[in-house]
Design a protein around this ligand. Sequence first.
Ligand code: SF4
Length: 286
Amino acid sequence: MAVIRVADQAGACYGVERALDLVHAAIEDGTRPVRTLGPLIHNPQVVRELEDEGVRVVDEVPTDATCSLVIRSHGVTPEVMDEARERGMEVIDATCPYVKKAQHAAERLHSAGYQVIVVGESGHPEVEGILAHAPRSFAISSASDLAGHALAKRVGIVVQTTQSLAVLEEVVSAVVGRVDELRVMNTICSATTERQRAAADLARDSDVMIVIGGRNSANTTRLAKICSQSCSMTHHIESPTELEADWFMDVDAIGVTAGASTPASQIEGVVSAISSLMGEAGDEQR
Ligand code: SF4
């Protein structure tokens, strides 16, 4: 029977756990309808479970002043935060403290006269929120995106929390020779790097890797990519129903990891589903 091992750093990070705790506290309180500005986390199953408990996802700040509006861990622009407060609703700010650190870093660099570059995915809500804290800043996802941007003499770099260190290093090398002064604020969150390192270590020793998390989750997609570099049999799934018995035939080591938006209960569900599938495969072979 194959061994199933879960990566030593996998699943919901501090910021996601905190956001879920805040929403559950608001549900239990029960005095106001609870709304989240965008899906709370990039995990469709969890979002559906919250909907079953009456939590609705809204695309923009609602006009209903009687509701509680949850700001998700990615954070928002200062304008959105002001708009919600001005409309009189209760604002539950679940912005992850590490994202806040990146927002404040951008704000401080701008105030000190630096042109701010945010290394991250343009259009991602977290990146949009950071950019909004530093007027005239811009985002790039790789060094090649610098082409076409005029750089000031003094440049400050801030990083989307889920970026890889390799991309940051590549951008720093490309900028350093083009400016008089460069300040780098490494705002990459350690939860991301720890999960990536643990996943890579486990993938090297596994015949099959299962990566759990939303397909809309950037950090889960990156984990799957990292695992597939060392383990060609890497599968990215959102739920145990996607597992196929064939994946576990004639293998010795199965690795499991999960993105930062995946609660421990979902990891346990997948591990138990893999065990059942292997049991069934064993029965068929006997
Ligand atoms: S990955 Fe890091 S920055 Fe993002 S929510 Fe989790 S703890 Fe916060």
